[in-house]
Design a protein around this ligand. Sequence first.
Ligand SMILES: C[S@@+](CC[C@H](N)C(=O)[O-])C[C@H]1O[C@@H](n2cnc3c(N)ncnc32)[C@H](O)[C@@H]1O
Length: 207
Amino acid sequence: MSKLHIVGIGPGSIEYLTFKARKVVESSDILIGSKRALELFDDVNNEKIELGAGNMGEIFKLAVYKACQGNSVTLLSTGDPGFSGVLKPILKLANNIDVEVVPGISSVQICAAKLQISWDDANIITMHGKGISNEIISMLSNGKPTIVLPNKTVDELANFLLENGIDPARNIDVCEKLSYPDERILKTTLKDVVNKKFNYMCVLVIY
Ligand SMILES: C[S@@+](CC[C@H](N)C(=O)[O-])C[C@H]1O[C@@H](n2cnc3c(N)ncnc32)[C@H](O)[C@@H]1O
C-alpha cells in the first residue's frame, strides 16, 4: 500500500526539528510544505512543492495522488500535524493510502515551556482557520491560563473579548515568532494589545 508521511517540523527553528523528521524527509521522493518548512531542508535533494494559503486543497489532493502512484511523499506541517495542522484535512482525502504521522513540537508546547506553564493545567483552544469561537468566553472564567491560537490577528480576538465583557485589565502574554531569532514575548493587558500589530505567528496566553 502507498504511504504518505505527515511530518511535524516544530515551531520553525532547526533546533526543534526531530531526528525522525529529518530521516523521513531524507528518504522521500517528494517533499511538500510551506516556504518556511521547506527552507529547513534546502540541503536535501528531493522534488519540492510549495504549499501556500491559496493552494492548500489542490496541493493536498496532489500529495495523495502522488502517494497513490507509488511515490514516497512527505507533507510537512508546522508545529505538530495534529493540532491545527494538516492531519485533519489529509485524513478526509486519504482513503486508499497508509498515513504515518511524525509528531513535532507544537507552538503551544514551546509557548508553555517559555512561560513555564504546565499545560495540563491550562485551557488550550485554537481558532486558526475556523473563526473566533464563543467557547473561549466561558473558559476565561475557570481560573486557568488560556493558551490560544488566534484566527487572524491578535487585535481581532482582543476586540471580540472586550465586546463580550472580558475585563480590559486581564493579563495577556503575546508570544510572537517563537524559536526564531526575532522571537518576542510581550507581557501586557487585554486593552493594550488592541490596535497593536503582530506577526501572524502568535500564540496568546490569557490569565
Ligand atoms: C496553521 S497553525 C499551525 C499550528 C501548528 N500545527 C502547531 O502545532 O503549532 C499556524 C498558527 O500556529 C501558530 N504558530 C505556529 N508557529 C509559531 C511560532 N513559531 N511562534 C508563534 N506562533 C506560531 C500561530 O498562531 C500560527 O498562526
